[in-house]
Design a protein around this ligand. Structure first.
Ligand code: DGL
Length: 267
């Protein structure tokens, strides 16, 4: 299929989490025009009912697809992906890349046989996670914990605020305290907000733990899906969109600029 040179890749999340994914895509495809879309009005997704996300996410991405004619949409959100990936793929003609918890690589890497899945409350209760665990980690112990405070902590940090400094420790301890947690050696960062605060997680961990996420895999998938397509000579400054009030993103301006994005506009 012939793709317009200027057709963007849309990267979508509830808030800033998708920036961790966007960074990987930017490194893999430096010329790609990017649109970063946040559904701030429904943040945090992890505290939403499945029905809300199923009604909301396909409709929102449909609107974005009509407006921007993207070559690819990346759902840079584990919560939206584990709940609504199939519904979005059914509703839209555009290729969709989802973000799913990196349970498969974690199951290969663990030496103790115990892995932790740190995500939102919504993600860790999904049947999607049951299926991934059964398919790729059947002989492993998979512990799960939903950490909404860690999501808020990442949002605060990217706005230059300290946030709740206890959130990283509390999240790790909640996994380690579960039966078998004393043998845990690998933690899947199953929320795109969490790689943005990896430094705090590493620092607070009471012993050496391996943290893994799906960013590289997503970037590789984007590369594969756009092989042979043409690009502008240089990527333009990325467009940032948000539902709700763009003024609420004023404190994000510097962070967005660091990721090659302009200030947030209304979606
Ligand atoms: N960054 C998202 C995820 O990967 C959602 C966080 C939230 O809005 O609760 O799950």
């Amino acid at each position: 299929m012939l793709v317009d040179r200027d057709a963007p890749i849309i990267v979508f999340d509830s808030g800033v989490g998708g920036l961790s994914v966007l960074q990987g895509i930017r490194a893999a495809l430096p010329q790609a025009p990017l649109v970063y879309a946040m559904d701030r009005a429904a943040y945090p997704y992890g505290q939403q009912a499945e029905a809300t996300l199923l009604a909301r996410v396909p409709a929102l991405l449909g609107r974005l697809a009509e407006r921007y004619r993207p070559r690819l949409i990346v759902m840079a959100c584990n919560t939206a992906s584990t709940v609504a990936l199939a519904a979005v793929r059914e509703a839209l003609q555009v290729p969709i890349v989802g973000t799913v918890p990196a349970i498969k690589p974690a199951a290969c890497m663990t030496q103790t046989g115990v892995i932790g899945v740190l995500g939102t409350a919504a993600t860790v209760r999904q049947a999607y996670v049951d299926r991934l665990s059964a398919a790729f980690a059947a002989d492993r112990l998979v512990l799960r914990h939903g950490a909404p405070a860690l999501v808020d902590y990442a949002e605060a940090r990217l706005r230059g605020a300290p946030g709740d400094g206890d959130a990283p420790r509390a999240a790790i301890n909640a996994l380690l305290a579960q039966p078998g947690g004393d043998r845990l050696d690998t933690i899947v960062l199953a929320c795109t907000h969490f790689p943005l605060v990896r430094d705090a997680l590493v620092e607070t961990a009471p012993r050496q733990l391996r943290f893994i996420d799906g960013t590289e895999g997503i970037a590789r998938r984007c590369q594969a899906l756009t092989t042979g397509q043409s690009w502008p000579a240089q990527a333009p400054t990325g467009i940032t969109l948000t539902t709700g009030e763009p003024a609420e993103c004023t404190l994000l301006v510097e962070t967005l600029a660091r990721f090659g994005l302009g200030p947030a506009q209304a979606l």
